[in-house]
Write a protein that binds this ligand. Sequence first.
Ligand code: ARG
Length: 589
Amino acid sequence: MASVTSLSASVEQQLASALTAALPEAVADPLLRRSDRADFQANGILALAKKAKANPRELAGQVVAGITTGDVIADIEVSGPGFLNITIADRAITRILAARYADTERLGVPYADTPGTTVIDYAQPNVAKEMHVGHLRSAVIGDAVVQLLEFTGENVVRRHHIGDWGTQFGMLIQYLDEHPHELDHEASEVSGEEAMSNLDRLYKSARRLFDSDEEFKTRARRRVVDLQAGDPHTLAMWQKFVDESKIYFFSVFEKLDMEVRDPDIVGESGYNDMLAETCRLLEESGVAVRSEGALCVFFDDIKGPDGQPVPLIVQKSDGGYGYAATDLSAIRDRVFNLKANSLLYVVDARQSLHFKMVFETARKAGWLNDEDVKAYQLAFGTVLGKDGKPFKTREGETVRLVDLLDEAIDRATAVVREKDTQHQLSEEEIAERGAQVGIGAVKYADLSTSASRDYKFDLDQMVSLNGDTSVYLQYAYARIQSILRKAGETRPQPHPELGLHEAERALGLHLDAFAEAVAESATEYAPHKMTAYLYQLASLFTSFYDKCPVIKPEPPKDVAENRLFLCDLTARTLHQGMALLGIRTPERL
Ligand code: ARG
């Protein structure tokens, strides 16, 4: 058993156990961190000394004397008021990395001790509407968090809470009913672009009629009632809009190189059967009260500018249900049917008040609590134009997501073509790489700032080869593949008996921290921690490759092999980390 643990444990974990064993109190945390003076610094002695009313430097001295350095620690010394500076043995670094390398599936990343079930609500566009830049973030961040959580062994249920219900459908359905030829094709006959332009045309015509023809307006309003009552003919018409929209959504998600599965699309309409009961439960328990005919929930700490409490309206006075009733019903479904422990909502920060009120209501109703069923809005900021204002076209309109993605792909394709000076890639390969680099650039730029912050959409910066971009990481990966090809190595052997160069040590210790970076990014829902880890990895690789020749001038065979092993492990780590963010790493660029 012990050998199994030591095989998968990281350098840092093995060091922590060696220190913990030497500390007078077995439970004490050595508080390890990376340091520029040595490889690690342990700060835990200070707190321990304080508790035991002992002199920290003396206590630190005792720990150093009592420690079995084993084969992990090369040097340990007391510094400052009672810190420990620790240097790791070269051979331990290589040995531990070799064990991770042997695990081709997971690179030694362990599963979480106590996985749970997370329902994640992300990528939720609206039916019969164009997807705009605001829908980018939810999709990109949500997809990354799904991959990160699944990699740690969490049971993840995806929910795309699309906007597929509401009064505007009365108008659309009525119009289509009166002009049936406008959408009378098979779903398989149209492309995503065509589907969207059909919907757009329908929407505009319906709107024009609605605004100019009072009788149509009355018929349209009656249609909403039919829809909510579940009239089969009306529902069939509504379904046509949903199907046409899905053709479009799927085409955009495909362009985004993102898997969205049909059964996971459970939109607002999916909770229709629960709405009345949700209201009844809230009213009976006194969580919600009638106010001027509407069913409302009031909160002590939520007031409008006039000082009056702002309620969450669960049911309007005309009996209609809105966004809140749907979300509260979705919570019941996710908690009681899907048995979730965590509900995660990747939604624009501008909806934060809505979620605050919805979560608080669900807590009052006993559907959520702060222990075993938690809800959290992963609220993201706004995408800004270069001018620092919310991103708009020159004409001041919202930017279509597809236009933006196409532009990124065009730019990236130009970069790939320009870099291919030897003309090694065919036109087809250039197009494929261009898409992978362009979409990767957009995703990476979005993921590399912490979600809550706004960021500027700047294509020049995004496809730059220097700096913190996916292109830089993709080129680092492709470069390593070319090194391995040149060396004719597919599985280079590690050589733990060799001493290491400073740059090899730095790269090795960072490779060792991959599992920790995965765990942190997943548990904190923070993909930007993964991008930061990967960027540093690529930078450390670059300086390693500058200082430590791998192929030319040719080092001794065992040194060359060990360096190639470091190259390959770096590539595999880059590949795995990028995959968790939904970004491709082409073999050649
Ligand atoms: N469809 C909404 C929008 O486009 C986002 C839905 C968010 N999820 C939710 N459960 N309310 O803004």
